[in-house]
Design a protein around this ligand. Structure first.
Ligand code: GUN
Length: 291
């Protein structure tokens, strides 16, 4: 069994990007600038955004964080988005989700200029992804492809089973892996909460991608011996023995799945590490497009 070490890959990618930023600076080109809008004080969102800002610093990007109160109106948030759309200093920006209930997330996503949508959530980027055109791929699918690529795991002719059909992970993953060409050409089965006899599908998977949001949902008896298992989940489960009161766990029950698999990504230290890098890679791409 080989551990798909997201932390190690993230360190590699960071140093590659840092190098590119230094080269850009030496050539007098613009230093990539990522902005993030954080609304309210959701602890998980705060942690994610902190991580994104920290990664920007580590690779030499400029970053700006807009911390807005939970009570911000939809209109004021739309104005802020519009300001960032029009600010030439900012190459790309994200609005951290989820947003408070009184704000329509779709409306906000649609308001982001697709050229600056480094999250890849705008319909223009999702449509381009479907057509196989150059676009900003959203962070988790991009991170998973990066992980498969850097571990030389082929997808051609393989049976990939994706469990979970979210707009940001399961659905794009199924499209990317089934399309023609490099890192595609797989037969993909997309399973979800209404799938009957889920185990009969997961047991067929050469590559199993777990993106259910249910802690430790995939157990060893559901996995074909020798399968590649990618765990996308990052779940906080209560743990009184931990000083924080919780621990992070994936959608895969690691102790029972690890002995059956050929490759497995851990949580933490797996895909999550690469999602932040995907955002950083997209921001570099946004800056390069303007060169
Ligand atoms: N919330 C959870 N994941 C993400 C992400 O990748 N981008 C944004 N904007 N919000 C999120």
């Amino acid at each position: 069994m080989t551990l798909l070490d997201g932390k190690k890959l993230a360190t590699q990618i960071k140093s590659e990007i840092k190098e590119k930023v230094l080269t850009r600076a030496a050539e007098g080109k613009k230093i990539p600038h990522l902005a993030a809008i954080l609304v309210g004080e959701n602890p998980a969102s705060m942690a994610y955004v902190r991580n994104k800002v920290k990664s920007c610093e580590e690779v030499g990007f400029t970053s700006t964080l807009f911390k807005e109160p939970e009570t911000i109106s939809e209109n004021d948030l739309l104005h802020l988005v519009e300001n960032l759309n029009n600010n030439p200093e900012i190459d790309g920006f994200i609005v951290q989700l989820p947003l408070p209930g009184h704000i329509n997330e779709h409306l906000i996503t649609l308001a982001i200029n697709a050229e600056k949508d480094v999250d890849g959530f705008h319909p223009v980027n999702l449509g381009k992804m479907m057509l196989g055109l150059p676009c900003f791929l959203s962070a988790t699918p991009k991170g998973i492809l990066e992980m498969l690529s850097r571990y030389d795991i082929p997808t051609k002719g393989k049976h990939v089973v994706v469990v979970g059909r979210s707009h940001i992970v399961g659905t794009p993953m199924s499209i990317l892996l089934s399309r023609k060409g490099k890192q595609g050409d797989a037969t993909v089965t997309l399973c979800h909460s209404y799938t009957q006899d889920l185990k009969s599908f997961t047991l067929q998977a050469d590559i199993l991608i777990a993106a259910t949001g249910i802690p430790e949902f995939i157990t060893g008896d559901m996995v074909k011996p020798g399968a590649v298992v990618i765990d996308v989940g990052i779940n906080r489960v209560e743990d009184s023995s931990n000083p924080k009161g919780f621990r992070l766990t994936g959608d895969v029950h690691f102790p029972s799945v690890e002995p059956v698999s050929s490759y497995i990504s851990p949580v933490p230290g797996g895909v999550g590490q690469l999602t932040v890098m995907a955002l950083i890679q997209n921001t570099l791409l946004a800056a390069e497009r303007k060169d």
